[in-house]
Write a protein that binds this ligand. Sequence first.
Ligand code: PBG
Length: 324
Amino acid sequence: MFPNHRPRRLRTTPAMRRLVSETTVRPAQLILPMFVAEDARQPRPIESMPGVVQHTRDSLRKAAVDAVRAGVGGLMLFGVPARRDAVGSGGTDPDGVLNVALRDLHTELGDATVLMADTCLDEFTDHGHCGVLTEDGAVDNDATLARYAEMAVVQAESGAQLVGPSGMMDGQVGVIREALDEAGHIDTGILAYSAKYASAFYGPFREAVDSQLKGDRKTYQQNPANVREALRETELDLAEGADAVMVKPALSYLDVLSAVAELANVPVAAYQVSGEYAMIEAAARNGWLDRERTVLEALTSITRAGADLILSYWAVEAAGWLDR
Ligand code: PBG
């Protein structure tokens, strides 16, 4: 026994533990993902994500104001269109649900928050894939890039300050950067989903956006087994001009997050996805987990692993639990 080595001295009281805490989660680093549905007359609950809804334009506006008041750092919008087609026309239509919602929130909130949009076609296509398809049904990388470029410009014009390409097409960041610059949106940034895995944890999100997908996304999203590949994707996105990079999902990929944070000289985001939300909510409902403690532990762990920003469906509630 070496009496001089007593790490427990630093754990004796709440004040002592607070003093020596190495990681702090701040409300300002939290981003709230929000869904807005074109044909919703009232907010529609998403069954597999208790507490999360598909908003109407009106309820979105109110919830966004509340979120900003609660101190969250930004909002990430997803659109649920009333009609879908093969090329996801709704995503590039200035009057499509997502772009209309961006204009609403831009008018309502101005510079009081950071508005972001999902720059991806899967919510808008009738086959549910993140891009357009070739004749034999494969996702056509380069044809999709042209759609993303157009989509990003419309989103910037609608008020998005950060666009979020989440489709994992090769070259998407470069093409979007070029298109934004050409359209004069030099200050619109790109939050690149750099290491996005083909994950079962997106399950509830498919309900959230009424996804039409039948198969899977394994030809464009990453294999959960790989980490070197995530670093390569990150390097490419940085070279193409990503302003921030993202790892997704979060909790099962903390090693990836830590490696990406080590490599990147831009802010690193992590997306605590729908399945991560659903798991804790379900267990808490059964009385099997303490909801607040579990959520805060997850957010702290994601921050400790290297995330500067966290997309979380608990962002507003967590902001209320944390010191500003
Ligand atoms: C694609 C997209 C997805 C999510 C965010 N953007 C779905 C997917 O890749 O299948 C999932 C987010 C979540 O599960 O919370 N536009």
